[in-house]
Design a protein around this ligand. Structure first.
Ligand SMILES: Cc1cc2nc3c(=O)[nH]c(=O)nc-3n(C[C@H](O)[C@H](O)[C@H](O)COP(=O)(O)OP(=O)(O)OC[C@H]3O[C@@H](n4cnc5c(N)ncnc54)[C@H](O)[C@@H]3O)c2cc1C
Length: 423
């Protein structure tokens, strides 16, 4: 095996795999180094109740069409599916459950005085949020995070009671840590165009509605993207090395178990370029397969996002996966698949998840109704701060959370790198 190639990609998650495929299709030779025994990183499968389900990412944002285009190029276009439009619910800090307001984006209401908003935040906070439509559009224009923008334009109750639970549940991060332009591309420009945050939300929602659902999935599981990428890489001759952690990254070399692998290095794994063992924030997923016919009615739509401090619940989000995805309901044959996420999970996770699911769905789930349980543990990277002479970086730590951002970054960097190589 040659220990040199045009490009050496360190990390075999979606970010690294998409980059590798683009580079090899552009005529370059590529080595992919993956520390673990399998590719895909946080896009992974697990078997629970005899069914293969996603153990990490289970959907993707449709904005920009980036992931759909990738899926189509991998012959998975016909398997792109939309979720149940019923939508999710919110469990408030006071312990009540509400449908998420209809006209909202990341929890930001497009109509702050609408009944479904005021029911959650109250009339006074709704009125404060409505001020957003009266103040100049440049107010808050310099906000770097989602939290800062919402606090400034619509006030704290909207941030705390609507936006934060969604940031926590969907992005595993606080709204004050989510970079505005990464998590809501185009929102800043829409505020200027439309004159207010509320009107910008309505405008972006309309654009998305015209394009279909804001998120989509893959029939059979999002992990199929990884299988398809892996088989393309092997077909095109990419040298994929599992159980090969890269260390000591330089622009033109990386070390694996003391051996130098040379080529233009790209870091595609979170944390690689920091001098620290900090792996980021732990996220634990509990997946339950439940036989409880009372769940057939999908009492909380596709799931529940939980506000911090909601009494008696430790999960920060629950996805009723079989209510969300028709293909999964079919595969589960009348059983229900519930997926709960936790910041802090102990050994008693199976019991805690069962109790949380019952509380959040408002349906009893006795121990005997649980047919199977699986636990998956992940780390989310902390935000990366680039330094001038770093090797190029793809993946979540620079692109932001989510497949749409990660894939877009890899596609863009591939273009730059191939352009450099030509020039
Ligand atoms: C529980 C969970 C649910 C999610 N749900 C969604 C969702 O529904 N929709 C969505 O769009 N996004 C979701 N995401 C986010 C999405 O999965 C990620 O943003 C994306 O997959 C990150 O890809 P990546 O390539 O940057 O990193 P990763 O997936 O973390 O891959 C990095 C890879 O690098 C490897 N590696 C690490 N160190 C080294 C080293 N030294 N040498 C070689 N290899 C190394 C790792 O083993 C890993 O395989 C979810 C994430 C989690 C954790």
């Amino acid at each position: 095996m040659a220990d040199s190639a045009d490009f050496v990609i360190v990390g075999g998650g979606i970010g690294g795999l998409v980059l590798a495929r683009r580079l090899v299709l552009g005529g370059a030779s590529v080595i992919v180094l993956e520390a673990s025994g399998s590719l895909g990183g946080t896009v992974a499968r697990q078997r629970v109740g005899g069914i293969e389900v996603d153990a990490g990412a289970e959907s993707f944002a449709t904005r920009g069409g980036t992931v759909a285009a990738l899926a189509k190029s991998l012959q998975l276009g016909d398997d792109i599916v939309e979720p149940n439009p019923a939508g999710a619910w919110l469990q408030t800090a006071a312990g009540s459950a509400f449908r998420l307001p209809a006209n909202s984006l990341l929890g930001i209401p497009g109509s702050p005085l609408a009944q479904d908003v005021v029911a959650i935040i109250g009339g006074r906070a709704g009125t404060r949020a409505f001020f957003d439509t009266l103040i100049p559009s440049f107010y808050g224009a310099k906000a770097t995070t989602l939290g800062e923008l919402v606090r400034k334009r619509m006030g704290r109750p909207v941030l705390d009671q609507l936006v934060r639970p969604i940031s926590r549940g969907v992005h595993s991060a606080d709204a004050d840590e989510l970079l505005l332009d990464q998590v809501a591309p185009g929102l800043r420009q829409a505020i200027v165009r439309e004159g207010s945050l509320a009107r910008a939300v309505l405008a972006l929602r309309e654009t998305t509605a015209r394009a279909g659902s804001a998120v989509a999935g893959i029939r059979g599981g999002v992990f199929r993207l990884v299988d398809a990428l892996q088989s393309d890489l092997s077909r095109f001759g990419v040298d994929v090395r599992l159980d090969s952690a890269g260390h000591d990254l330089r622009l033109d070399r990386v070390s694996v178990r003391g051996t130098a692998i040379t080529g233009r290095v790209v870091a595609a794994a979170p944390g690689l370029l920091r001098d620290t063992d900090d792996r980021g924030t732990r996220v634990t997923l509990a997946t339950l397969v439940v036989d409880q016919p009372l769940l057939d009615a999908a009492p909380r739509g596709t799931g529940v996002l939980v506000a911090e401090g909601a009494p008696g619940v430790r999960a920060r989000a629950l996805t009723h996966s079989t209510a969300k995805w028709a293909w999964l309901a079919e595969a589960a044959g009348g059983r229900h698949i519930l997926r709960l996420s936790y910041d802090d999970a102990g050994d008693d996770l199976a019991d805690v998840a069962r109790a949380d699911a019952a509380a959040l769905l408002g349906v009893p789930i006795p121990a005997a109704a649980v047919e199977d349980f699986a636990r998956a543990e992940w780390y989310r990277p902390n935000r990366y701060t680039p330094t001038p002479d770093d090797v190029p970086l793809v993946g979540e730590s620079i692109a932001g959370t989510g497949l749409a951002s990660v894939v877009a970054r890899s596609e863009a960097l591939a273009g730059t790198l191939l352009g450099d190589a030509d020039g």
